[in-house]
Structure formats: C-alpha cells, structure tokens
Design a protein around this ligand. Structure first.
Ligand code: FPP
Length: 248
C-alpha cells in the first residue's frame, strides 16, 4: 500500500473533488510528441484518479474535460479530443461497470459532435444504476454561461409570477445550475502550475480548498491525488468563522 494512502484520515474524505486537468500540451512538447498524444496520455491519469477516488471513498469527481473556450483551439486538435473521448469511453466502460462508477455530464453537451454526444449519452444510460463514484465530465462547459442561464430561468419565473424576487436565494440559484444534484466540491485540484480557476464552477467553488501542483496532467498518479487529499485534510475550513469557533 502506498505510504501516502496510509496517511489519509478516512474520517475526513472530501465528498466531492473537482479537477482542472492541465498540461497535456506541455507534456507532449517536453517529450517531443504531438499535442494529441498528450491528451491521450491524459486519459491514463483519468484512470488513476478514478481508481484513487474509488479506493478512498470519494463520492463525486468532476473533471474539466472541455471548456467552451476550448472550441477556439485548432480544428485538428478539437477533432482529436472528440475522437479520443469517444474511444476512451468505449475502452473504459467495462472498468466503470466493474468499479460501480456512474457517469454524468455537465455543460452544453448539445454542442458536441453527434458521435461524441451519443457516446456520452450511452455511457450515462449504461452506468445509471451504478452506485459508487459519480464521475462527472464537464463538457463544453462555461461557469459564467451556467450562471447566466440560471439567472435567465429565474427572471422568467419572476415574470410569470411563479416566484417573487424576495424568494431568490442561494438555494434557488443552486437548483438552476447543472450541479443541482451534486454537493459543492470541498477540494479543487489544478495541475501544471497554473494558478487560475478558468471559468470552472465559479459559484460552486465559493468555499472549496484550492490545491495547485506543478505536475503535468499526464504525469498525475494516484499518489498525487492522495497528496492533495492529505494537504486538504490539514487545512482548517472556517467558512468565515474564527478558529476558536471551529474547534468548539
Ligand atoms: C488541458 O491540457 C487538457 C484538455 C483540454 C483536455 C483533457 C481531456 C482529456 C484528458 C480526455 C479525457 C476524456 C475521457 C472521456 C476519459 P492543455 O492542452 O491545455 O495543456 P497545455 O496547457 O500544456 O497546452
């Protein structure tokens, strides 16, 4: 058993971990390979974190897989990523079933190419009865767009007199987000040394602990996930209160 795994406090496992998988392109460049190969190697890291989260009992894992901004990348890279997702889902399905992993998506999945959209829909349907880890892929995702849609839906409900402006609160906004059925992440991990949130879960990350590592995504292993969880477990989450109030 990994030494880091032994040091994890099993009473303090985050329920939800969100990850910005960054650095595939740089990893490829460092190794003299095409960017698409970097993404392909990133799938191995996905397998590692899924297994690690399963092993320690994390309930939800959200992966920032494709942002709305990523549509602006060269067409050849976007196409390679879409094909990689279809191919990876096909190959990983048996493992998801064996490990009781349920697949979910957030984001504008309607924007995905037909094949990719259909593949995700199939895998979501096939794993719907699994009760272990919820593996949530953020696809064509923009947090600002998500919040804007929520605001629009609420404004329409007000216009139709279904709710009054006084009834608008955090819980109502939560209910209108893609993540309405998922608790907010306690921990956000971003790889590759970038210190940004990049339009990911802006509302949901309000009280999350942020963990940044220089490791490039394709190099991310189970032990890197355990190290992030141990770091998280050592933090004091105060939610605006004083340290003394928390320790009571
Ligand atoms: C960021 O690295 C990574 C992405 C935009 C894509 C991540 C997607 C995967 C690993 C595919 C996983 C899919 C499934 C279905 C298992 P980057 O390209 O921004 O890296 P750079 O900043 O070094 O250029």
């Amino acid at each position: 058993m990994s030494l880091l795994l032994k040091n994890i406090n099993t009473d303090k496992i985050p329920q939800h971990i969100a990850v910005v998988m960054d650095g595939n392109g740089r990893w490829a460049k460092n190794n003299g390979l095409l960017r698409a190969i970097g993404h392909k190697s990133g799938v191995k890291a996905v397998r590692e974190v899924v297994q690690a989260c399963n092993d320690i009992g994390v309930k939800h894992l959200t992966l920032y897989t494709f942002s709305t901004e990523n549509w602006n990348r060269p067409k050849v890279e976007v196409n390679a990523l879409m094909e990689l997702m279809v191919d990876s889902l096909t190959k990983e399905l048996a493992g998801f079933m064996k490990n009781n992993v349920k697949i979910l998506t957030i984001g504008d999945t309607e924007d995905l190419p037909k094949r990719c959209k259909r593949k995700f829909a199939d895998v979501v349907a096939m794993t719907a009865n699994n009760s272990g880890l919820n593996l949530i892929f953020a696809l064509s995702y923009s947090s600002r767009k998500e919040i804007t849609s929520a605001v629009k839906a609420i404004a329409e409900a007000v216009l139709k007199n279904e709710i009054s402006p006084e009834e608008i609160n955090s819980e109502l906004i939560d209910k209108h987000l893609y993540t309405s059925a998922i608790p907010d992440p306690e921990l956000l991990i971003r790889t590759s040394g970038e210190l940004r949130i990049s339009n990911f879960l802006l509302w949901q990350l309000a009280y999350s602990e942020l963990y940044f590592t220089p490791v490039l995504w394709p190099d991310f292993k189970k032990d890197d996930l355990y190290a992030a969880v141990i770091d998280y477990q050592q933090r004091e989450r105060r939610f605006g209160k004083t340290s003394e109030q928390i320790k009571k």
